[in-house]
Design a protein around this ligand. Structure first.
Ligand code: ZN
Length: 465
């Protein structure tokens, strides 16, 4: 199957230009002016007035994650389908090692969830709940198998929490095997002290979830893990940075040339601790780190994105229904499952808030939603690029379209939206995954099981840049 995308403006991290794109099979075969005059194809897509961009890459999702006695509601089928509607053609999800298990057991379980179900390509990071001689040795095997990143937590004592010696050993291992450590950086033990005190005072509403998790607890943990990475000589990537207290630590380290990287998420750019108010309705907005004060955090996060102190926007997509799931925490905010839906809205929200909002260029938008994630996570230039030989993961994007976000119309398997009623500009007209159109003007044309496991390379870019 050969497809020609004509009359569009190609927008990449490096620049924008008018050209046609020839897709042959699963990859991009040719880019140039007036290709219609020289090639014959089975299908032509007219992209007049549209942008042709590399498909979005969301490197932080949790499909079917077990958490707090329940499961995140999107499966690999529903979650990747929703991603595709939102212009995302690759996800990297987190396989979970439970305490006492081998990494292999957790990874096999995630392969079983995804295989035959995903509609777009997917990779895995590995959550490590135990750092032992055995799991350290397993890390090397996983890097060789295309699962080169490992997430550890300074939060969630008793569940995912790792003490400093475990984190340091894992960092030392990636220094040797070429992998990358991802950190959830909040001081979990200190948060638990404050949370218990608030509950004892009768402060049980979702709002106090935000109160308990002080910004300094994120700043302190961020500082600690970056310094541990420096000591180990390894790069480090901080997930879901939410607040200036942590951002200042990151900037200071990067200014000294430390290979420290970080992402933020749409919820920290567009939502605030105010959303956690409003009684138990605030449970819809419970995630960790929590939503923060609008000022100065939103502006500072955007500035950091513009200046490359933050490299990536991903979602931490982890949807729980309000009814029946978030409600488990009525009377005790500690029992509300942590997580928000978002995989479908990321590309558009960052476009609307960033490009339409005048905060970043359209080229930087493409960079932070696609190209940088591809580079940092061993997928570039197969993914994240409009280039000859790259996978034909292409979105024909309409920058002029308007739409209203609503749980009534979204495709994520969850009963609410954090952005209900928001009117935004921008949307994906045609979404192509490895040369196959999976969403065509709002119609799903993909196939369950089409998505393939992505064997990713080691984190070379994180070591060089
Ligand atoms: Zn997460």
């Amino acid at each position: 199957m050969r497809t020609l995308i004509v009359n569009g403006t190609i927008v990449t991290a490096d620049g924008s230009y008018q050209a046609d794109v020839l897709v042959d099979g699963e990859t991009i075969a040719q880019i140039g002016a007036n290709l219609a005059a020289t090639v014959t194809v089975e299908r032509t897509i007219d992209a007049t007035g549209r942008w042709v961009i590399p498909g979005g890459i969301d490197i932080h999702t949790h499909m079917e994650l077990p958490f707090g006695g329940t499961f995140a509601k999107d499966t690999f089928e529903t979650g990747t389908r929703a991603a595709a509607f939102g212009g995302t053609t690759t996800i990297v999800d987190f396989a979970v090692q439970s305490k006492g298990q081998a990494l292999r057991t957790g990874l096999d379980a995630w392969h079983a969830k995804a295989e035959g179900n995903a509609v777009i390509d997917y990779g895995f990071h590995m959550i490590m709940s135990d750092v032992t001689d055995d799991t350290l040795a397993e890390m090397d095997q996983l890097v060789a198998e295309g699962v080169p990143d490992f997430k550890l937590f300074t939060a969630y004592p008793g569940v995912f929490f790792s003490p400093d010696d475990h984190i340091f050993r894992a960092l030392q291992q990636t220094e040797k095997n070429g992998g990358l450590i991802l950190m959830h950086a909040e001081n979990g033990p200190a948060i638990d002290v404050v949370a218990a005190q608030l509950i004892a005072e009768g402060k049980t509403d979702p709002y106090y979830h935000g109160v308990a998790r002080y910004p300094v607890f994120e700043g302190e943990a961020t500082s600690r893990v970056i310094k541990l990475a420096e000591a180990a000589g390894a790069p480090i990537y901080i997930v879901h940075m939410s607040v200036v207290n942590a951002l200042n630590v990151l900037r200071e380290a990067r200014d000294r040339g430390v290979p420290a990287y970080a992402e933020t998420c749409p919820q920290y750019l567009f939502l605030s601790i105010e959303d956690l108010g409003n009684g138990f309705n605030g449970s819809k907005f419970v995630c960790s780190p929590p939503l923060r004060e609008k000022d100065p955090n939103w502006d500072e996060l955007w500035t950091a994105l513009r200046r490359n102190d933050l490299q990536v926007v991903s979602t931490d997509h982890c949807p729980f229904d309000f009814h029946g799931q978030k409600e488990m925490g009525r009377g005790d905010f500690r029992k509300i499952p942590n997580g928000l839906p978002g995989v479908e809205d990321r590309v558009d929200l960052v476009f609307n808030g960033g490009v339409v909002g005048g905060k970043i260029s359209k080229e930087r938008w493409v960079e932070i939603v696609s190209t940088e994630p591809a580079k940092l996570f061993g997928m570039y230039p197969r993914k994240g690029a409009i280039a000859v030989g790259s996978d034909a993961d292409i979105v024909v994007y309409d920058p002029e379209r308007s739409r209203t976000i609503s749980a009534e119309t979204h495709h994520m398997n969850v009963d609410y939206s954090c952005y209900e009623g928001w009117e935004i500009k921008g949307g994906s007209d045609v979404v192509m995954s490895r040369g196959s159109v999976v969403v065509d003007h709002g119609e799903f044309t993909g196939r369950k099981g089409y998505g393939q496991f992505l064997k990713r390379g080691p984190a070379e870019y994180a070591r060089k840049a």
